[in-house]
Each structure stands twice: as structure tokens, then as C-alpha cells.
Ligand binder design. Structure first.
Ligand code: CDP
Ligand code: MG
Length: 764
């Protein structure tokens, strides 16, 4: 694959046992998911019961709100007791000791690189110091970016608490589709993506007096782009302070990038950590870490320190936590006659991952009562973004989930891949924050050297860049290659992205932004979805399309408890619009709307209430953006064919045609794919000959999910650049639509196709 050239393989040593086990890991994840589904049924039942009660009582957003109020009031009392304690803790942080020197360095320089061990107070203290030192003068904001939503949110909460203000007032946060700030806000935590989007509206970022690019060493794509933008902005905004914070790695690189900006090191305070490697390769890292955790818990005093386990993703995290609970319950049942994990009073288990930014409990950061032991199971969020004190044992599985470009499908996907040596060191370091600790690495020492890169590959060198290129173009960067990147993206990736944007009409044949592309960049959505939305406005069906797009932006709409599979499948099938899963979503939403957004309606129809609620919020925000940009919100009434055509306009590059035997074949890559069994199109008497899909799911087979049947002419119309028009025309002689085939139209298409091809050649 030519598109692969230039992209760095995330596997340093793809054939090693360690790498092979990473792939095995993905299968085990799928297997455990099945097993867990089975257990979830009881939980779901409880949820359903709770839900209906809330509905009867007329409580808005039931469980959630109730829970939040309870938590808030608990926090309030804790807060009164602990104001002084909070102050004391703040003053114990390494950053506090160098506060005045740090503030002075920032005052004297336009750019400062701040280096410090995790937990030294960079994220929570720096913004406060600047605020106290008057850097908000003239109603300017102090912005602090985070690569992760969870971090942005939980850090804002923490800082609001430390400053004794309500979250959303002086201290707020903003993540995609969620803005907790107000006119009073002076310190704003946000994802790096949000700041990028703000730069789109206000090139010079005038609202900000200081910008802290936090966690820059993570080298997330958006932070990297932001670094370049800020570099360009410095001369126009002499008054702007830029602070780049980094763990020790990469610091020199950032300093050089900003013309030898001063590096300010916060003297660390860490304790020695003993590293213990596995003697043999580990086949199932979930199983091994469970065993290790249980072993530590059973063999050490339970108040001798907490345990932190690094897993790859949400699913492993949950499996690990469940398995530890089971194992401990088993052990305690023998010694203490306990039957249920909740009865165990010397240990509590927490999980942390990014799917649920709102659900990170404050409790996780607190010392537990009676010296109870914490076992925290986390993704690499806990590597540097979140610091949990009191950890003395770390278990490191050696992998993480990484977004990588998959040349086989031409898209990014999340893959379990080996971590880098830098990650491994960060992970181990977590064990020595408050006292000497031990890190158990579930891999051999040879693995560390042979199968792990020294540093993680920056995201910009391993993922698709269409979004980024579109954004840079909208920011007026004409020559992407000349943009000041810390590390340049591979030329090949840039070309693929330019081509992709051209093929969906966001760029013209000279590589300039088209009007469509300009409008697309206004939405915080992937280009295909913003296109679909814009085209639908032109075709009078944006009211429905904005619903579909919102539904596609939330996790899991339907639920399917194992015990009640049949029942839930039947419930789901009642919503089916036979030719389209996209329209099925639209159908679900409008029926929910008819129920006046009822909670009970959701439980009855096996639909996740939380997801729909979220979709509703996203929908409102998208409509706001549409109105602001004078994009019509109009309904197509009962005409749903026009919706399918609009869907096709954004997905022409993700199309497939039937290949016989109940299978599809990817139109662009020729790959064999199958319809996912949950699709509304599955089990129809006749398979629609052409479809577009939203998502490709790779497990043991390749499945397409969220699928819509399309007319092949639409594919030619919207994907002319991608496909050989003859091939589509050819297969489709034996298709009934041929009647509609107009030779005049054919000639027109031909001319159009030629033009497009020429343009492409000029461009590349
Ligand atoms: O950014 P850096 O890694 O240097 O440290 P930080 O995140 O500012 O953490 C400083 C301290 O605040 C640590 O001791 C954390 O445990 C604590 N913290 C907390 O108690 N609650 C949070 N939500 C975040 C941090
Ligand atoms: Mg930090």
C-alpha cells in the first residue's frame, strides 16, 4: 500500500511474541466482552427498575441528578473541614517551593518550558499561580490545554475546589459538546482540540493572556498543531505568554522549537522504585495482572500502599477490576466467610478510562478511611494526566491502545500496541511518589529493549490527517508542508489527506479550501459528517440529518442484555427502517421525542437513556452552530430517500457492493466485508446491491456497521473521483435501476469524471 509509506509502524518488532500477544489481547478482549455481557444483565435489571421509579416520580435525568446532589453535599461538608488541609497540601507540592522564581521566569519570557515530575503541581498549581500574580489583568483568560477530556474535567474540578469557587464560575472547563464556563471564568481548562477550534474563530486568541500547553510531551496531534500555531502567533501577540509543560522527555526539543526558550525545572521529589520483570512472556496480561494484584494484596499489609494497574482500554480495565473482585471474594469467603465483594472492608477498587469523563470520582484522589487499600485500574490516563497519591505498587501490562492508521482499511483504528520505554518509565515512576515502591512489569527485560521504541511515535506520524489538514487550511495555512511542525508529518499522509478532502469537495483542484470545506470546518465533526449535514441543508432535510449525526456521535444507542437478547432484538427491530441504519437512528430519536424524552420509554424499548440524552444535547449544539452560520434547519417530512442520498454524499469513499453469498466487497479496496448482524439491513430478503457504511469493525472478521443502501448513481455523482465509473456502471446492468440510466447523463458524468481525474493529477 503506497499510503503506508512514511507512516511509522507502531510495532517496533512486529513478529516478536510480545507483538503477537498484543493482537491476541484484542481477541481476548472480545471474548471477555461476551462473558461480561452475561453478567451485566443483573446490573441492567437494577438500572431499569431505578429508571422507571425516577420516571414515576417525575425526576429529571433521574439517577444522575440524584447522585450528583448527594455527592455534592458530601463534598460540601468535606470541604468545610478541609479548607486548611487543602492549603497545606498545596504548600507541600514541589511547585510551591519554586513559585516566585517560576512566576518571574514566565513574566520575563514570552515562552517558558516547565519541566517537572508527574505530581509536582504543574497542572493544578501553575494556572493558580499565574492568576494570583495578576496575569488575568484586562479580563484576559488563562487557558490550560489537556490532551484528554477526563483530565480537563477532573483538573478543573480540583482547581475550583482549591480556590473555593463553584465549577463553571472563575474556574471552568470546555470539552467537545460540553462547555462549563461563564463570563466570570478566568482559568479555563480545555482539551487541545477545543483551543484549536477557538483559533478558527479568533486567529489571535485575543481572549487569552496566557496559554499553558499541558502534557506537551504526550505529543497529541492537536497539541502539536497548537505548538505550531502559537509559534506563528508569538510575533503578533507580544503580550501573550506561552507555557509548555512537559515531563523530562522532549523538553529540550520544545525549547529549541521556540528559539531556545528557557527550561524551568521543578525540582522533583521521588523515591526509588524497584523494577521487577516477568521471567517469561505473559500470554494473557489481564489474567496475570489480576494474579499479581491479588498476590500483593494478600502478602502485604493492606495499609502499606495502594496498587495501580495499567491496562489498555475500557474493556480490559473493567475485566480486570471484575476479576480481582471475584478472586478476592473467593479468598475472603474461605478465611472470613464473606459472600459478596462489598462486604470486604480492607480494599476498594476504582476504574479510570476516558469514555466517561464525568464519572471519575473525586474519591479516587482521596486517602480512604481506616487506611483501606485502593486498587486503581486505569488506562494510560494515569501515566501522567492524573496523579493519584499513595500508590506504591504498579503493575504494567506493557501495552496501550493507540490510534494508528490502518492502511488495509484506509482509516485510523484503535489498536493494542506495545508502549514505549518512556511510557514504561513513567508508569513505574507512579509507584514512588510518596514512598519507595515496586513496579511489576508483565514483560521480560529483553522485551523492553527489543520490542519497545525509546519514545512513543508522535500521533502526527501515525494517523490520518484529513481533519488537521482541513483545519489548517481553514486557518489560512496554504502550504501545509511549510507549517512549523515540531516533527513533520509524513508527506505520504499529507497527500492522502489532501486527496481525501478533495474527493469530498472540501478542497478544489488547486488544493485551496472550497466554500463547502470552509463551512465543514465550522463543525466539530469528522469531515464526512459535516459534509452530510451541509448537503442535507441544501436538500431540505437537515432537521432529520442533524438528529442522525448526533446519534452517531454517542456511544451505544441500543442495549442487549444477554438474558433478554430475544426480547431486546425484537424491540430494536421495531425501529428498523429496512434500507438504512442511519434512518433507524432517526426513527428512534423521533419516537423518543414523541414520548416527551421519557426515561421509561427508553427502558421499555431497550434504548440507553443516557445516550439519547447526550444525543439531544449534541443536537442542540449543532443546531446552534448551524443557525449561527445561517444554515437552514428544515425537515423533509416523509421523504426519506433524499436523506439517503445526502448520507451517500459524505460516505462515498466508504461504499461496498454485494459480492454474492451474503457478503459485500469494499468498493475502494476490494476487501471482503460482512454486514453486522445488528444492522437493519441484515436478514432482509434481498441484500441491497450498494451500501455505504459509517464504521468498519475489525474483530475476527471485518464487519460494516451502521449501513445505508444507496443508488449506484449517487456513488458516481459523489465518488466519481474514487471509482471507475465503468465498473460501477458495468455491474449494474443487471440491476433494475438501469432503467433510470440516461445516456445523456452518462456522457455528462463521463466528462465530469475526466475533469476530476485531471484535477487530481495536477494536484498530486
Ligand atoms: O501536573 P502534575 O503532574 O505536575 O501534578 P498535578 O496534576 O498538578 O497534581 C498535584 C497534586 O494534586 C497531586 O498530589 C494530585 O494527587 C493532586 N490532585 C488531586 O488531589 N485531585 C485532582 N483531581 C488532581 C490532582
Ligand atoms: Mg499534569
Amino acid at each position: 500500500e503506497s499510503s503506508q509509506k512514511g507512516i511509522v509502524n507502531p510495532f517496533k518488532n512486529p513478529e516478536s511474541i510480545f507483538s503477537v500477544n498484543a493482537r491476541k489481547g484484542s481477541h481476548l478482549v472480545a471474548l471477555r466482552r461476551l462473558q461480561r455481557d452475561q453478567k451485566d444483565k443483573s446490573k441492567e435489571a437494577v438500572e431499569i427498575a431505578g429508571t422507571s421509579l425516577g420516571d414515576v416520580l417525575g425526576v429529571k435525568d433521574n439517577g444522575n441528578h440524584v447522585k450528583e446532589t448527594v455527592e455534592a453535599s458530601n463534598e460540601q461538608t468535606a470541604l468545610l473541614d478541609s479548607r486548611e488541609e487543602i492549603q497545606r497540601v498545596r504548600e507541600c507540592l514541589p511547585a510551591f517551593k519554586v513559585k516566585s522564581k517560576l512566576v518571574q521566569t514566565i513574566r520575563e519570557n514570552q515562552v517558558t518550558i516547565v519541566i517537572g515530575e508527574t505530581g509536582s503541581g504543574k497542572t493544578t498549581q501553575l494556572a493558580q499561580y499565574l492568576y494570583e500574580a495578576g496575569f488575568c489583568a484586562g479580563h484576559k483568560l488563562i487557558g490550560c490545554t489537556q490532551p484528554r477530556r477526563v483530565a480537563a474535567m477532573s483538573v478543573a474540578k480540583r482547581v475550583a475546589l482549591e480556590m473555593n469557587v463553584d465549577l463553571g464560575k472563575q474556574v471552568g472547563y470546555s470539552i467537545r459538546f460540553e462547555d462549563e464556563t461563564s463570563t466570570e471564568t478566568r482559568i479555563k481548562f480545555m482539551t487541545d482540540g477545543i483551543l484549536l477550534r477557538e483559533a478558527l474563530l479568533d486567529e489571535t486568541l485575543d481572549r487569552y493572556g496566557c496559554i499553558i500547553l499541558d502534557e506537551a510531551h504526550e505529543r497529541s496531534l492537536n497539541t502539536d498543531v497548537m505548538l505550531g500555531l502559537l509559534k506563528q502567533l508569538l510575533s503578533r501577540r507580544r503580550d501573550l505568554k506561552v507555557i509548555v509543560t512537559s515531563a523530562t522527555m522532549n523538553a529540550a526539543k520544545f525549547s529549541t522549537f521556540f528559539g531556545s526558550a528557557p527550561q524551568f525545572s521543578i525540582p522533583g521529589r521521588t523515591f526509588p522504585v524497584q523494577t521487577i520483570y516477568s521471567k517469561f512472556p505473559v500470554e494473557d496480561y489481564v489474567e496475570s495482572s489480576v494474579m499479581q494484584a491479588v498476590r500483593i494484596h494478600a502478602s502485604t499489609n493492606f495499609d502499606s500502599g495502594d496498587i495501580l494497574i495499567f491496562m489498555t482500554g475500557q474493556e480490559d480495565v473493567e475485566s480486570t477490576s471484575e476479576a480481582i473482585k471475584e478472586r478476592l471474594t473467593e479468598i475472603y469467603s474461605k478465611s472470613k466467610g464473606i459472600t459478596n465483594f462489598d462486604e470486604i472492608d480492607d480494599v476498594e477498587i476504582f476504574t479510570v478510562y476516558s469514555a466517561l469523563p464525568g464519572d471519575v470520582q473525586n474519591r479516587i484522589f482521596q486517602r480512604l478511611e481506616n487506611g483501606k487499600r485502593k486498587i486503581v485500574v486505569a488506562t494510560n490516563i494515569a501515566e501522567t494526566s492524573l496523579t493519584i497519591d499513595g500508590i506504591r505498587y504498579v503493575i504494567d501490562c506493557g501495552y496501550s491502545k493507540l490510534k494508528v492508521y490502518n492502511p488495509k482499511i484506509g482509516l485510523d483504528s484503535l489498536m493494542i500496541t506495545p508502549i514505549s520505554q518512556a511510557n514504561a518509565n513513567q508508569r513505574s515512576g507512579r509507584a514512588g511518589r510518596t514512598a519507595p515502591g515496586t513496579a511489576y512489569r508483565l514483560y521480560t527485560e529483553d522485551t523492553l529493549h527489543e520490542d519497545m521504541y525509546i519514545q512513543t511515535i508522535p500521533e502526527i506520524q501515525r494517523t490520518n490527517l484529513s481533519n488537521t489538514v482541513l483545519l489548517l487550511k481553514s486557518l489560512g495555512v496554504e502550504q501545509i508542508i511549510q507549517f512549523p511542525f515540531v516533527d513533520p508529518p509524513p508527506i505520504q499522509t499529507l497527500l492522502v489527506s489532501l486527496n481525501e478532502l478533495f474527493s469530498i469537495g472540501a478542497l478544489d483542484n488547486m488544493g485551496n479550501l472550497t466554500e463547502l470545506g470552509m463551512m465543514m470546518s465550522k463543525f466539530p465533526l469528522q469531515p464526512s459528517l459535516s459534509k452530510v449535514l451541509l448537503i442535507s441543508a441544501k436538500n431540505g432535510c437537515s432537521e432529520e440529518m442533524v438528529t442522525i449525526v448526533s446519534m452517531l456521535s454517542v456511544p451505544q444507542v441500543f442495549y442487549r442484555p444477554k438474558e433478554r437478547q430475544k426480547e431486546s432484538d425484537t424491540a430494536r427491530s421495531r425501529f428498523f427502517v429496512p434500507e438504512s441504519d442511519h434512518l433507524t437512528f432517526c426513527n428512534v430519536y423521533s419516537q423518543w421525542k414523541c414520548s416527551r424524552y421519557s426515561h421509561r420509554w427508553c427502558s421499555k424499548h431497550f434504548v440507553h437513556y443516557k445516550s439519547l440524552q447526550r444525543a439531544k444535547e449534541i443536537r442542540e449544539q449543532l443546531i446552534k452552530i448551524m443557525k449561527k452560520n445561517r444554515i437552514q434547519v428544515v425537515s423533509s417530512g416523509t421523504d426519506w430517500d433524499v436523506l439517503r442520498k445526502c448520507i451517500c454524499s459524505g460516505y462515498a469513499h466508504q461504499a461496498a457492493k454485494t459480492s454474492g453469498l451474503g457478503k459485500y466487497c469494499h468498493l475502494k479496496t476490494g476487501m471482503d466485508i460482512q454486514l453486522h448482524p445488528t444492522s437493519a439491513l441484515y436478514g432482509l430478503g434481498e441484500m441491497p446491491p450498494y451500501v455505504v457504511y459509517h464504521e468498519l469493525l475489525m474483530t475476527t472478521k471485518e464487519y460494516i456497521c451502521c449501513v445505508t443502501a444507496v443508488n449506484p448513481f449517487w456513488l458516481i455523482e459523489f465518488g466519481g473521483l474514487l471509482y471507475d465509473v465503468r465498473k460501477i456502471g458495468g455491474t449494474h446492468t443487471d440491476h433494475a435501476d438501469v432503467e433510470a440510466f440516461d445516456p445523456e447523463e452518462d456522457r455528462e458524468l463521463d466528462i465530469k469524471l475526466k475533469e476530476i481525474k485531471e484535477a487530481r493529477n495536477r494536484m498530486i
